[in-house]
Design a protein around this ligand. Structure first.
Ligand code: ADP
Ligand code: MG
Length: 267
């Protein structure tokens, strides 16, 4: 079943100026319930703009975005956030550094709930839930609930952000190069945690990555963006059998760009 439909999306930045930039050019994408999609493409292809359009940070000029058949095009970022969670590249974006781990978790937990005043102290019941969720990460964060998020490493913060983004099961999880700012080992750790959470909660997810190994290994579907359109859409067995070399070849075929121009980065 189609969970999220993007139909004929156009976005131009700085319209009518010398910097006019037609980024999304009639993009169509139907995302099924349970799809875990890797999104790849060169720098400036429009990947982040696509995710920002879904989240509502970017207002599209043309086309429609439907969640479970209903248009969310005119909905605010806040309204969409009740169903759509996000994790960004920068570990500092996802957590409030002046708040403790449990306070961060509480904000995520109470999101969209009535009477969700943050000034209310974290309850014992909430604390137990947070502990059990955090212990799943295997990082010992469950024993540091009163620690300020500021004291966590980049990897720990991304893991915490992932837990927060999925604490209340989102209908759609958006990941924008969420492991790119981490060292290779930590990036693997966060990627594996991501996979575990997505599988366990049967989440529908769009994951932008510049890591070709990750794009191939994880998820059931892979799409390639070029000039604001989906130019490759591979799933099932075809995706499972894909090699990095074949992916590079596909990229070359669709963009005319060579591997060497650093458009894509190998993991
Ligand atoms: N808010 C914005 N205002 C103006 N230009 C933007 C904005 N966001 C993105 N762009 C431009 O749109 C193009 C696509 O950006 P982006 O979607 O971030 O690409 P990607 O994530 O694929 O690297 C880039 O040229 C970028 O500079
Ligand atoms: Mg981007």
């Amino acid at each position: 079943m189609a969970l999220l439909e993007l139909a004929g999306i156009h976005k131009t930045f700085e319209k009518g100026t010398v910097n006019e930039n037609h980024v999304l050019r009639g993009l169509d994408l139907t995302i099924n319930e349970g799809d875990f999609i890797s999104v790849i493409g060169g720098n400036g292809a429009g990947k982040s703009t696509l995710l920002n359009s879904i989240a509502g940070l970017v207002t599209i000029d043309e086309g429609d975005i439907r969640l479970e058949g209903k248009s969310i095009r005119k909905d605010s970022v806040e309204k969409r956030a009740k169903a759509i969670s996000r994790v960004f590249q920068d570990p500092r974006m996802g957590t409030a550094t002046n708040l403790t781990i449990e306070e961060n978790m509480a904000i995520a937990y109470r999101r969209g709930k009535k009477r969700s005043f943050f000034k209310n102290a974290v309850t014992d019941k909430e604390r137990e839930l947070f502990k059990s969720v955090l212990s799943e990460l295997g990082l010992g964060l469950e024993n540091r609930l009163k620690t300020d998020a500021a004291f966590l490493s980049g990897g720990q913060r991304q893991a915490l952000t992932l837990s927060m983004a999925t604490l209340v099961r989102p209908k759609v999880l958006l990941l924008d190069e969420h492991t790119a700012a981490l060292d290779p080992k930590t990036s693997e750790m966060v990627m594996q945690l991501t996979n575990k959470i997505v599988k366990e909660q049967k989440l529908t997810s769009l994951m932008i990555t510049h890591n070709m190994e990750h794009a191939i290994t994880y998820g059931n579907r892979l799409v390639m963006l070029y000039h604001g359109k989906i130019v490759v859409d591979i799933s099932g067995e075809e995706k499972k059998n894909l090699t990095v070399a074949q992916l590079m070849e596909l990229f070359h075929k669709n963009s005319g760009q060579e591997l060497t121009d650093d458009a894509l980065v190998l993991g």
